[in-house]
Design a protein around this ligand. Structure first.
Ligand code: PEP
Ligand code: MG
Length: 761
């Protein structure tokens, strides 16, 4: 049964559009369930009616012509109750509604299951029989499993359908203003043209793209085949001690590449359809794969894996030849779209051309989103329904405030969003006036507002915004932009630029924080639970050579400037701090011995792990400063993966447990007179900053975009007021109510505009 299920899901997944997906679905389920009828009723989200979209067994003329409202008939009842209905005599059920167009009167038994994706009902899958019998438990279980697995596939196909031009009919029309939702990950509005980037060689991620130069594409394809052939041969030779049957597999691979069928089919598609090589290769390989996958013979089914592997190798070769799109191929207003955006992809687009980012995977707390905020690029993450492959070249509006995108925007939508852009620009210009004024409350409490940086470009932006230094320099960012560990001299020059840019103001450099979702291509860490694994200080203490080299580079870079602070990430135990401090002293001493006149910088730790919250007393006694990484602290306290869009709604730094931890850290560290700051994203949210100030944090570090807003709020709120508000929310148990209470207070103070624009589109 599992195989049948898997095959159906794969086939539906491979369908070229929603209509064929639904046809395949009903045909295959009817066959697998051995019923006379299988139909699917899909919910029209606009009028909330269920229309018969495909059937095997009922009258075909009824398709598209009969529909039921929510709660109407048995289908509507399945949808309302959100559970299966299994009847041996459907007509005798009080809710039965006879649809004469379908010819269903012959069928007595009825089993309907809802198709639900992320709490949203997409449709109802129904099987019917003339024999009067209840479907048994295993049949019902099969249908429930089937519909659960298909929900995501259908939701995806549905979104694709909405976004794309329908190519079945001559009078195809573009649908304007189709909305796709995701998580708002970096505020702002982007209006531009999509460029799709694929992370690694993955056939399923290849976007559609046309070519103007057929000859060149064919040539690229043929060279890629050559490359793949040489590579396979080389791998085969390297593994000389393989068993003969394994060696034979390499020979089979090479013969497959020699076989004209596969290659010539790709070439044919490039020239006839004017498709680029990657797209033609994807189509041919996936058709072969689907063909083999359907075979009942296990050996032949396995060949599907071989073909996919072969196709992926050729694809990797093709990607190598155009690793980067030539600069001129990026439109002026590029919106980068990917199945999974990675930090390094941001570097692929010339900075002056990048206006927006959209990722199907990830969340607002992913590192790529953090970088996007630092760069001020409007971003949408976790847009699970995004039909990435088919989006190349289309026009979009990205609404980074509410987490929505609009495809093929109409003039009306463009105008609405253009008005928001102008309103925002006016706000930013207005905030220019306070750029050089201190972040001081009307009753004289002074706070320091710093920025989080990673690239030199965001460092430069920060100065325009009135930053008083860097509260978090993520050193892993320059590491990610390289193809190997940067040398001591390379690091020294990168760090020097940061330090010089801000001198005499302080720059807090965090030692390398890799692992989790921050991977270095040249130092891969493969783990089942990366966020609970080898991360941050754990990696660098295991590799003192990497740590020492980095610290030496930081210290050398600070000579004569003396504005360096060093910060240790992911601290869980006191012994880690002691070990790291020891290495820092060692590096310092080594440099003194080498005659370099370095001063010992302040050394602090991040509190990001719940264990460290309970060590706040000890930690604040042995370090120069503490900075709370509220992003990871929220993730670990709430046990919510910060990258996982499925649980993104549970991730909330205003959760009372997080606020309680933050307050505890502040109170405890103050007893030891230790300087405390927050450098997670919460510090840059107007409401978060207000509460953190009330808790007594001395410094807040945030992205440059939000800094002027936060300053405006601080300059308008008395500490007495902020403390009273904090007291009020600390006894609340609901994060949403806490947020609303703080935002309402800001509104009353006339600071509502700082929370972001009201979008009415
Ligand atoms: C944090 O965890 O809050 C933090 C600032 O570090 P990062 O987001 O880089 O993990
Ligand atoms: Mg962190």
């Amino acid at each position: 049964m599992l195989n049948v299920l898997r095959n159906i899901v794969q086939e539906v997944n491979g369908a070229k559009d929603l209509e064929s997906a639904l046809h395949i679905l009903v045909a295959r389920v009817q066959q697998a369930m051995k019923t006379e009828v299988c139909s699917v009723y899909a919910m029209d989200q606009e009028n909330r009616r269920f229309t018969l979209r495909a059937t095997k067994g009922l009258n075909q003329e009824a398709v598209g012509n009969v529909s039921l409202s929510l709660g109407e008939g048995l289908v509507g009842l399945v949808a309302v109750r959100e559970e299966p209905i299994n009847l041996d005599d459907a007509a005798s059920h009080p809710r039965y509604r006879y649809l004469s167009e379908t010819g269903e009167e012959r069928y007595n038994s009825f089993l309907g299951v809802p198709i639900i994706h992320h709490k949203r009902i997409l449709g109802v899958l129904v099987v019917q029989q003339s024999a009067r019998r209840k479907f048994d438990e295993s049949e019902e279980a099969f249908m429930v499993t089937m519909s659960a697995q298909l929900a995501a596939v259908l939701s995806h196909a549905e979104a694709a359908e909405l976004v794309l031009e329908s190519d079945h009919s001559k009078d195809s029309k573009i649908k304007h203003d189709v909305i796709i939702k995701g998580a708002p990950a970096s505020p702002g509005i982007a209006i531009g043209t999509v460029v799709v980037l694929s992370p690694t060689a993955d056939l399923y991620d290849v976007p559609d793209r046309n070519t103007e130069n057929v000859e060149e594409e064919i040539h690229r394809f043929q060279s890629a085949i050559e490359g793949a052939r040489a590579q396979i041969k080389q791998v085969g030779e390297k593994l000389a001690d393989l068993r003969p049957e394994e060696q034979a597999l390499f020979d089979v691979y090479i013969r497959m590449l020699d076989d004209d069928a596969l290659g010539s089919e790709v070439v044919r598609r490039i020239s006839e359809n004017k498709q680029w090589a990657q797209g033609a290769l994807r189509d041919v390989i996936l058709e072969y794969v689907a063909h083999f996958d359907k075979m009942d013979d296990a050996y032949l089914r396995e060949r599907a894996t071989d073909i996919k592997d072969l196709g992926t190798r050729v694809l990797a070769q093709l990607q190598d030849t155009i690793e980067l799109l030539p600069e001129q191929n990026f439109p002026d207003n590029t919106i980068l779209v990917s199945e999974e955006l990675t930090p390094s992809m941001l570097g692929e687009v010339p900075e002056n051309k990048l206006v927006g980012l959209v990722s199907a995977k990830g969340s607002a707390n992913s590192h790529v989103a953090i970088l996007a905020r630092a760069m001020g690029v409007p971003t949408l993450m976790g847009a699970a329904d995004l039909p990435v492959k088919q989006m190349e070249g289309i026009e979009l509006v990205v609404d980074g405030y509410r987490g929505r995108l609009y495809t093929h925007p109409s003039q009306k939508v463009r105008d609405q969003f253009q008005a928001i852009v102008e309103e925002e620009n006016a706000l930013v210009e207005g905030l220019e006036a306070i750029k050089d004024l201190p972040a001081e409350t009307p009753d004289g409490h002074r706070l320091s507002l710093c920025v989080n940086t990673g690239l030199i470009t965001d460092a430069l932006r920060s100065l325009d915004r009135g930053a008083e230094g860097v509260g978090l320099y993520r050193t892993e960012v320059p590491f990610m932009m390289k193809e190997r560990f940067p040398s001591e001299t390379e690091q020294e020059s990168i760090y020097r630029k940061q330090l010089e840019t801000f001198a005499p103001q302080p720059v807090t450099m965090r030692t390398l924080d890799i692992g989790g979702d921050k991977a270095l291509t040249y130092f891969p860490i493969e783990e089942d639970n990366p966020f609970l694994g080898w991360r941050g200080i754990r990696v660098t203490l295991d590799h003192p050579e990497i740590f020492l080299l980095q610290v030496r580079a930081m210290l050398k870079a600070s000579v004569g400037l003396d504005n360096l602070k060093i910060m240790l990430p992911m601290i869980t135990s006191v012994s880690e701090v002691e070990e790291a401090q020891h290495l820092i002293y060692r590096a310092h001493q080594e440099l003194l011995d080498e005659g370099v006149a370095v001063t010992m910088p302040q050394v602090g730790v991040m509190i990001e792990v719940p264990a460290a919250v309970y060590l706040a007393k000890t930690l604040s006694g042995i370090v120069d400063f503490i900075s709370v990484g509220s992003n990871d602290l929220t993730q670990y306290l709430l046990a919510v993966d910060r990258n996982n869009p499925r649980v993104a709604e549970l991730y909330d730094s205003f959760h009372p447990a997080v606020l309680g931890a933050l307050k505890h850290i502040a109170d405890t560290a103050k007893e030891n007179n230790c300087t405390i700051s927050v450098c997670g994203e919460m510090a840059g949210s107007p409401a978060g900053a207000l509460l953190l100030m009330a808790m007594g944090y001395d410094m807040l570090s945030m992205n440059a975009t939000n800094l002027p807003r936060v300053k405006s709020i601080i300059r308008s709120v008395d500490t007495i007021f902020a403390k009273a508000l904090l007291e009020e929310v600390m006894v609340m148990d609901n994060p949403q109510i806490i947020t609303s209470t703080v935002e309402l207070a800001l509104n009353k103070l006339g600071q509502g505009r700082m929370l972001g624009p009201t979008v009415s589109a």
